[in-house]
Design a protein. Structure first.
Length: 437
């Protein structure tokens, strides 16, 4: 089962989850630095995988696995510590060295501008993604990065998982309306980055890293069928329709609470966002969902626990639904014909405390990857233009609150900072060598 000639075999990480060095070389305090220093979190990303100091070793691991692409994120607060104004050259130099090391190893760098971590000053002064000021500063920051790295980085992603980020604004903003506004602002920010990229004259492509996946009806009842249709519109198409069609899906705008939550003049914003567009759809996909009829603004609710008709779970309890990958790709390819697709994240976690011996014989991860990739191949064979796959994650890393979920191809012994390749890394290396399964 061979993949198309130029198909990329990647792995992904994000800055806060691996870099550490949270207060070095002039870096500003970020939203995660503040959040995870709160007492309710027993672990944080202050040191994480110490990638900031060990990136050469990590690139060497990637080379040994044979990765042809690597997705990482830039930490905004390393570059513009206060969110606007002064640019910290030492932060830029770090990413510049990383990019050089990747290119020397023959690995194509895919850089994400924002992976859930902004300078805290923008949260305090401007309520983060609730304001257009933050969007503007994000556009300025993007322009700095295109200038600094755009001679070597040709592949950019704007904002990781806007839907998930927006959930945080339920409390910061006006309840559910805060979520809708934050997501809309992130689309505006995306457009500003795309405009900055186009006017930088740099070569390459810039696109999304949304989180998405097919939703199936929980039962065969007409009510659940409708719920699943609404879930798909909201979970898969809400943002992408604006980028590729210029407006939010009509069926969802018919919901008074959605429409009234959107900022005044959102239609005109959508026209601007559509004009900027997106060169590709990058999407993170972990699991398919089941939806049932519920008394919510859009008439659906995802079913997380009981009743999900799949009993096989990952080590951290997520349903394993390899077909869901196939259906997700097919649906995106059909709704947005002619748009290149990248799977910017997909992965399997084992869950255990870091004090326990690492699970290096990770047959379950291998089986997960094999089955998900088989479904990627199936969609490609039927005509979908999928250009690459990024396994999440290269390293066992800080999983937003704890180190217990282990997603890595490579184990990291945290006290010793010792890296050990798992069985899955060898399996992936062989798959890459064969350019297929
Ligand atoms: C995020 C990662 C996260 C992963 C596993 C994705 O939602 O982009 O930062 O570690 O899922 O939970």
């Amino acid at each position: 089962m061979r993949f198309p000639e130029h198909f990329l075999w990647g792995a992904a990480t994000s800055a806060y989850q691996i870099e550490g060095a949270w207060n070095e070389d002039g870096k500003g305090v970020s939203e995660n630095d503040e959040k995870f220093h709160r007492p309710e979190y027993r672990e944080n990303g202050d040191v994480a995988c110490d990638h900031y100091h060990r990136y050469r070793e990590d690139v060497e691991l990637m080379r040994r696995i044979g990765l042809t692409a690597y997705r990482f994120s830039l930490n905004w607060s390393r570059i513009i510590p206060e969110g606007f104004g002064r640019v910290e050259q030492r932060g830029i130099d770090f990413y510049s060295r990383l990019v050089d090391a990747l290119l020397e190893a023959g690995i194509r760098p895919f850089a994400t501008l924002y992976h859930g971590d902004m300078p805290i000053a923008l949260m305090r002064r401007h309520q983060g993604w609730l304001s257009t000021e933050t969007c503007k500063y994000y556009g300025d920051y993007a322009a700095v990065m295109f200038k600094a790295l755009g001679d070597r980085v040709r592949d950019w992603m704007t904002i990781n998982e806007p839907r998930n980020v927006a959930q945080e604004y339920r409390e910061i903003g006006d309840g559910a309306a805060g979520v809708v506004v934050a997501e809309h602002r992130m689309l505006q920010a995306h457009a500003l980055a795309v405009q900055a990229f186009r006017s930088s004259g740099r070569l390459g492509q810039i696109g999304t890293a949304i989180s998405t996946g097919v939703a199936y009806p929980l039962t065969t009842s007409a009510a659940d069928e409708t719920a699943a249709r609404m879930a798909v519109l909201h979970d898969m198409y809400w943002n992408l329709d604006v980028l590729y069609k210029g407006s939010y899906p009509d069926e969802l705008l018919a919901s008074e609470s959605m429409r009234s939550a959107l900022p005044d003049g959102f239609e005109a914003d959508c026209a601007v966002i559509h004009a900027a567009g997106s060169d590709f759809i990058g999407f993170n996909h972990y699991r398919a969902n089941w939806a049932e009829r519920a008394d919510t603004p859009m008439g659906y609710r995802f079913v997380w626990d009981r009743a999900v008709p799949v009993k096989e779970l990952t080590g951290n309890g997520w349903p394993i639904v390899p077909d869901g990958m196939y259906h997700t790709i097919r649906m995106l390819a059909e709704r947005y014909p002619g748009v290149a697709l990248y799977i910017t994240e997909n992965g399997y976690a084992d869950s255990y405390p870091v004090s326990e011996p690492p699970m290096l014989e990770d047959a379950a991860r291998v089986s997960f990857m094999e089955r998900y990739l088989t479904n990627v191949h199936r969609a490609i064979a039927e005509g979908a233009d999928v250009r690459g796959y990024f396994y999440w994650s290269l390293l066992d890393n800080y999983e937003w609150g704890s180190f217990d979920p282990h997603f890595g191809l490579v184990n990291v012994d945290l006290p010793m900072q010792k890296r050990t390749m798992k069985q899955s890394a060898s399996w992936y290396a062989a798959t890459i060598r064969n350019h297929g399964l």
